[in-house]
Design a protein around this ligand. Structure first.
Ligand SMILES: NC(=O)c1ccc[n+]([C@@H]2O[C@H](COP(=O)([O-])OP(=O)(O)OC[C@H]3O[C@@H](n4cnc5c(N)ncnc54)[C@H](OP(=O)(O)O)[C@@H]3O)[C@@H](O)[C@H]2O)c1
Length: 285
């Protein structure tokens, strides 16, 4: 029997990566991808009706309100999707014996640590997006025993909107860029995260709980942009300079590197962030 997996938020970059890598590629897994139009996770009736019609072994929740800046202006929107939508999903998962795999963020931490955050470290989000994502985590923990919460950081991919694609576009347009050195974190490829998600499903790992997952190493946004720019060898010499001041509506944690020992112990493939970024940049230019 195939393992049936529902993936929400199918128009987002993580769901698109899962679709690209696995939709036709696995004999033992059957994926169903649903967009916000097919299944709005905040609409309780629609979600419960959908789960009454279809049975799933796993639900990978890639649906989220991810606009960090806009979340400051409209925190209720972030909360509606990232907390109340997650409650709707968690409740149906409980009623239908579906294991929820939920994606969370390094922004649940305040960034005052000097060493990588473990799963047990104290959360203390400093922006509305982070608060809404933490609220979602707490709801899952309150309602479910069988769940995975994967906290990840600085996601990028070939799809959707992300830092790698933005920097490539700016370099191609010959723009002058000032990029902040103020925050330290770890870029993580959606390819790598997708592999970890599928690993959890395929190994039927029953070690439920919270996992930190990112590439290895750490960087600033400025050094990350420089690494992207290295692939532009023969044309458009990039004009990128560092800045400490970068005014945004949302505060960001100064330091949000995740300690990934727990996930690395079960999933042996982990890659240095620069190698992963270079692969994606090469595929995009
Ligand atoms: N991007 C990052 O750097 C990062 C870092 C750490 C953690 N994460 C987490 O990783 C997960 C995946 O992120 P991502 O970068 O793939 O996000 P994304 O590209 O913004 O995709 C999120 C998707 O969810 C959809 N969505 C929004 N509200 C919905 C609703 N009510 N019902 C169903 N779908 C809804 C969005 O549709 P619309 O665009 O039409 O609203 C979008 O297609 C999220 O949980 C995010 O919080 C992301």
């Amino acid at each position: 029997m195939k393992i049936r997996i529902l993936v929400t938020g199918s128009e987002g970059q993580l769901a698109k990566t899962l679709n690209d890598l696995y939709f036709d590629n696995t004999d033992d897994l059957e994926f169903v991808f649903v967009s916000k139009i097919d299944l709005n996770i905040t609409t309780e009736d629609q979600v419960s009706c959908f789960f009454n019609k279809h049975q799933f072994d796993y639900c990978v929740n890639c649906a989220a309100y991810t606009n960090v800046e806009q979340s400051e202006l409209q925190p209720e929107l972030a909360h509606k999707v990232n907390a109340e939508g997650v409650r709707v999903l968690a409740e149906v998962c409980k009623n239908h014996n579906t294991i929820l795999i939920h994606i969370s963020t390094d922004y649940v931490f305040d960034g005052t640590s000097k060493k990588p955050y473990t799963e047990e470290d104290k959360t203390n989000p400093i922006n509305e997006y982070g608060k809404s994502k933490l609220a979602g985590e707490l709801i899952i923990k309150e309602l479910l025993d069988d769940f995975f919460i994967i906290r990840t950081s600085w996601l990028y991919s070939r799809f959707g909107h992300n830092f790698v694609k933005t920097i490539i576009k700016k370099i191609q347009e010959n723009s002058e860029l000032k990029i902040t050195t103020a925050q330290i974190g770890t870029p993580t490829s959606c390819d790598e995260l997708s592999q970890f998600i599928v690993f959890l499903i395929k190994t039927s790992s029953k070690s439920f709980g919270v996992y930190h997952f990112s590439s290895l190493g750490q960087t600033t946004w400025y050094d990350y942009a420089l690494e992207i720019s290295k692939q532009f060898k023969s044309y458009n010499k990039p004009k990128i300079s560092p800045t400490e001041t970068f005014v945004t509506k949302a505060k960001r944690p100064d330091y949000s590197v995740l300690n990934t020992n727990k996930s690395n112990q079960i999933f042996k493939k982990s890659y240095y962030w620069k190698d992963q970024v270079n692969q994606t940049v090469k595929s995009l230019i």
